[in-house]
Write a new protein. Sequence first.
Length: 326
Amino acid sequence: MCSLLGIEVPIIQAPIGSATNPALAAAVSNAGGLGMLALSWRDPDEIRPMIRETRERTDRPFGVNLGLAWPQDARLAVCLEEDVRIVSFFWGPPDRYTDAAHAAGATVLHTIASVAEAKRAVDAGVDAVVAQGWEAGGHIWGTVATLPLVPAVVDAVSPTPTVAAGGFADGRGLAAALALGAAGVWMGTRFLASREAAVHDLYKHRVRQAAETDTLYSHLFDLGWPDAPHRTLRNSTVERWEAAGRPEPGGRPGEGEAVAHFADGGAVERYSDVIPLPEMTGAVEALALYAGQSVGLISEIQPAGDIVAEVANEARSVLERLARPR
Ligand SMILES: Cc1cc2nc3c(=O)[nH]c(=O)nc-3n(C[C@H](O)[C@H](O)[C@H](O)COP(=O)(O)O)c2cc1C
């Protein structure tokens, strides 16, 4: 996978929505991993300068990610015009987008959550699959945990590489993923706790402090993206909803309430799918704090390049220790 993607260590900074930016992606790529820009909701006019800025910050490969819950032809066209070489898709069949990316010479990764879906993606021509387990942070496509999912997908699609996603936050996890037959890891939550991630400090600190038991899999933060299960940290919005007996949309406490504001004054409602951004004001703690169960492994906010180096070094020493004769 490293030669397929042109990287040195098999660590991919997962697309983590609006938390990705050129600084984060370039820091990861400069450290030898693969940085990714998540562009699903960006205005096509915003995409071009983001790609150019990333390229100014690194001469190494980086990728872009597009969620297929929405038509992405215009955004993909801009990425390909800007000569992006690695494209990842999520949440829907990748077929026609894969053809378009391949026609422009790009490598395609696609996130799946079952063996059947992995086979379909490979038949559609994708170059690597990302097997996302249920313990992942953010929006979750399937219901199988990473440990049983990854080796089953590896067996089904090999020699097409499988990248393991969901629950990886350190070098032990990378070594374990390699032991399962994966070609590398796709880490989201760990990179939220990076200095470069474009999220509010409160969110980073909640990620740093949370335990592995502090996340919830639900459909709760559904404004902007309905019927899409996701994993978030438990916060005041979750607690109020649970205290009210987990009512359905329409009957949830505080619906329609503006809990925070963007820098331009625009309101962010309770139950919105928007994450706390650095310049937001108000009760940002009540917004969707997407995070995976790997939060329990994170105790520091670090430069993203240090995260890549630390994970790679720890994986190397774990693998050496395991290989040593007893
Ligand atoms: C804040 C956040 C935003 C995310 N946004 C996206 C996205 O835009 N596109 C995507 O394919 N996956 C997205 N994901 C899922 C990640 O790419 C990845 O599958 C997940 O973080 C892996 O599990 P981990 O959090 O345990 O590392 C997001 C995850 C988080 C935590």
